[in-house]
Design a protein around this ligand. Structure first.
Ligand SMILES: NC(=O)c1ccc[n+]([C@@H]2O[C@H](COP(=O)([O-])OP(=O)(O)OC[C@H]3O[C@@H](n4cnc5c(N)ncnc54)[C@H](O)[C@@H]3O)[C@@H](O)[C@H]2O)c1
Length: 344
């Protein structure tokens, strides 16, 4: 049994709590949370933009801690799952690793590449795993795309176009603060930055242009090249002031003999999707049957990958900390390119 402590019982802590319930062999044994109401098991104030609303839960058998040192002294905890605000990930992860715990941290791994480097070093020095909970590769369309690419049926991966745009999240305080949430680059686009690094590796060249808000990029387009000159990637991401379309994401992935296409938007509160298609060079259009699942299913698959990683002692190729660090670096390179171009 892998015994987990969730640090921060907010929206993501709740979603992870629900997902752990579906993973035999993993059990939440402790919670670290500042809010005494939440420590009592009253999670009715938790709200997010997907999944069920928070509930009153029975915490019998679950230790609840107000301070990190108390949590770290708990020998019953093998893994700390950090679901705290991004600015806390770096310091808390390092303290947990130094205390001999494995760590899973929500995205973004941290707000700055240098902090990620220190986190990677702490994991190595303590011989503990540091995994970053990038859930996107486990969402059905993205998991299917990974599978089709890995199968090799349609030849080499040539590139793609990745889209992720939201309306202004006015309810999120500190969203555009580079030292709190990091704006849409680190809160939103980091999902695609991670996927791009997973599929293509670290880009050679990063060309980005866009609009900024204060010290962070607000809306941008990027063009990425890689060591393989055949591969190019385009990115569109950020915030547009358009409350009628709160969210849109999608991709077009180019293989030698097929294009994978998927797009989904939330328009006027309703989901409108163009389901995943494999548009082949010679065999028409294939519409793969997608697994039926709820909002928790992707997180369940992600945590099963955490379980496999920790049980095998072989850090996950998808959730491993070096890849997540490269995603933060890619975000930072795009931000720097946008600000540099504006200064010219
Ligand atoms: N993968 C996804 O789809 C996804 C979606 C939303 C958020 N996230 C990420 O999850 C993380 C958490 O976001 P959230 O929306 O759950 O935030 P949240 O504000 O809902 O929850 C944070 C929780 O941490 C607690 N907390 C804050 N400081 C603390 C401290 N010092 N000690 C103990 N508890 C403390 C708060 O009381 C709160 O309960 C962020 O990194 C965010 O980017 C990921």
């Amino acid at each position: 049994m892998i015994r987990v402590a969730i640090a921060g019982m907010g929206f993501m802590g709740w979603i992870h709590w629900l997902a752990y319930k579906r993973v035999p062999g993993m059990e939440v044994v402790a919670i670290w949370e500042l809010d005494p109401v939440k420590r009592s098991g009253d999670w009715r104030s938790i709200q997010g933009n997907f999944g069920p609303a928070g509930e009153q839960v029975d915490l019998t058998g679950v230790a609840t801690y107000e301070s990190l040192p108390d949590l770290l002294a708990d020998k019953n905890v093998d893994v700390v799952d950090i679901c705290l605000p991004p600015a806390l990930h770096h310091e808390v992860a390092i303290q947990c690793l130094n205390a001999g715990k494995h760590v899973v941290t929500e995205k973004p791994m941290s707000l700055w590449t240098e902090q990620c480097d220190a986190m990677v070093a702490a994991a190595a020095a303590n011989q503990r795993q540091l995994l970053v909970a990038h859930v996107l590769p486990f969402f059905p369309e993205f998991a299917m795309a990974r599978k089709v690419i890995a199968d090799g049926t349609y030849g080499k991966l040539l590139g793609g176009r990745f889209l992720r745009v939201i309306s202004d999240p006015q309810w999120l305080t500190g969203f555009y603060d580079p030292n709190k949430i990091g704006g849409p680059m680190l809160d939103l686009h980091v999902h695609d930055a991670h996927l791009i690094c997973l599929l293509f590796g670290r880009p050679r060249e990063v060309i980005s242009r866009g609009r900024v808000q204060g010290e962070v990029a607000k809306y941008w387009n990027s063009f990425l090249t890689f060591d393989d000159p055949d591969q190019t990637v385009c990115v569109t991401s950020g915030v547009i002031d358009q409350q009628g379309r709160s969210f849109t994401h999608g991709f077009e992935i180019h293989l030698e003999r097929a294009t994978l296409h998927f797009e989904l938007a939330v328009i006027d509160g309703k989901v409108e999707a163009m389901p995943l298609k494999i548009i082949t060079a010679h065999q028409g259009v294939i519409r793969p049957e997608m697994p039926v699942g709820d909002d928790i299913a992707g997180f369940e698959a992600e945590l099963r990958e955490v379980q496999k990683s920790i049980e095998s002692g072989q850090p996950s190729k998808i959730l491993g900390c070096e890849l997540a660090r490269d995603a933060i670096e890619l975000c930072q390179r795009q931000s720097e390119a946008i600000f540099q171009a504006l200064r010219r």
